[in-house]
Design a protein around this ligand. Sequence first.
Ligand SMILES: *[C@@H]1O[C@H](CO)[C@@H](O)[C@H](O)[C@H]1NC(C)=O
Length: 468
Amino acid sequence: MHRLQMLKDSFFALDAIQRQLVVGSAVAAGAILAYVLQKRRQLKSIPVGEGWWRAGEKQLSQDEMIYPFQVQTSDEEIKDLHERIDRMRYTCPLQDSSFHYGINSSYLKKVVSYWRHEFDWKKQVAVLNKYPHFKTTIEGLDIHFIHVQPPHRENQRVLPLMLVHGWPGSFYEFYKIIPLLTENHDGIAFEVICPSIPGYGFSDAPQKQGFDSLAAARIFLKLMERLGFPKFYLQGGDWGSLITTNMAQMKPQCVKGLHLNMFQSRNGLKVLLTIAFGRYLPFLLGLSREDVRRYFPYLEKNLYEILRETGYFHIQATKPDTAGCGLNDSPVGLAAYILEKFSTWTDLKNRELEDGGLERKFSLDDLLTNVMIYWTTGSIVSSMRFYKENLKTNIEKRIDARTGIFVPTGLAAFPGELMHCPKSLAQIRYRKIYTYTFMPRGGHFAAFEEPQLLSSDIFEFVKKVEKF
Ligand SMILES: *[C@@H]1O[C@H](CO)[C@@H](O)[C@H](O)[C@H]1NC(C)=O
């Protein structure tokens, strides 16, 4: 008590300026302490955990064999599709609405007519089967994947690389990049593994609540272990980006490198400062001219545009089963829902085009094959539920948001991606960025749209990691 009194007396003996200095230093010390504590709270890795996703009790003895699998179809399946398409109920688009109200239904009618009369699913099934498919049971679910080896060459190092798709895509997005990745680049070639996320395409759908990106990450880590890879590379966009990031957080010792074509930072002071001052003081905040061009005007690009384009997200994160019923019942509805995303997420400007610019980057065969993977497996509802499971808790507070990523990371920033994330902000989460590339063109479905650009960037990144 006496000491406190002395401290108080001596404080008031100081003049005003000195007093301010003392208070200022105390505040600064507090801020530094808070920063250090926050840093310490930031975790280095996250627990792998366990799960069981088939209905009922966990089975003790589990079959860990890997079985070859082939995509199949039947005349019955095709006949049912055609009958449903023939009963399509057409909606007239508004005058001059292009793709602003969603898919232009006159254009959709053209696509559907192609689907009904020219698209050859049997032929596309043969295309799908040109790579070897497998299934294996993990946590009660049959997990589907393709596994492609490069041809044998002298003096070639073969590196395992897992590519993970997102929504509303599939393993088929990677069919054009696989032959590029299995080519030899300066003595390196990849052995490629592309799984289907549980609930997507040919992987079983979880039958219990709670299957989020962390669960998917754990299952894919187990898959890599089962395939006998102690160390490997990962690549992802969309949900694949979060899943592969989670894999790197769970078992950093197994992940030689993580390459992403979609990535985000975490909210914090630096993000706020960048939003507020980045346009005027870019160099102080570590922004390049290209960052400024892609990031600002902030509200227009990162708020209004996001609101305009993410109605689907809100639906799927809240009531996926309701909208899903209609989509799982109608092939035309399903195609409309999925194809609109392939238009807008490739380039926002596609909304101005009467045909959504869909065939500028993709063939109808490729687009419809992806739709058919959802249709024939009846997986649209389970694919949509993944949003709800991931957003059940505040995604910013989840353990993976509070954990850094310490494996070598390569980031490819495609200009058509909905949100730009500058390197200076990506660094907050991804602590070891080896490469960050402003890609010259392309959008959200990078592998599907620009296989050449993406594969070159992956090779550049991996060569850099291997050199270290
Ligand atoms: C919809 O697409 C069709 C076919 O591409 C086109 O002729 C029509 O003008 C478009 N309608 C609108 C409202 O943009």
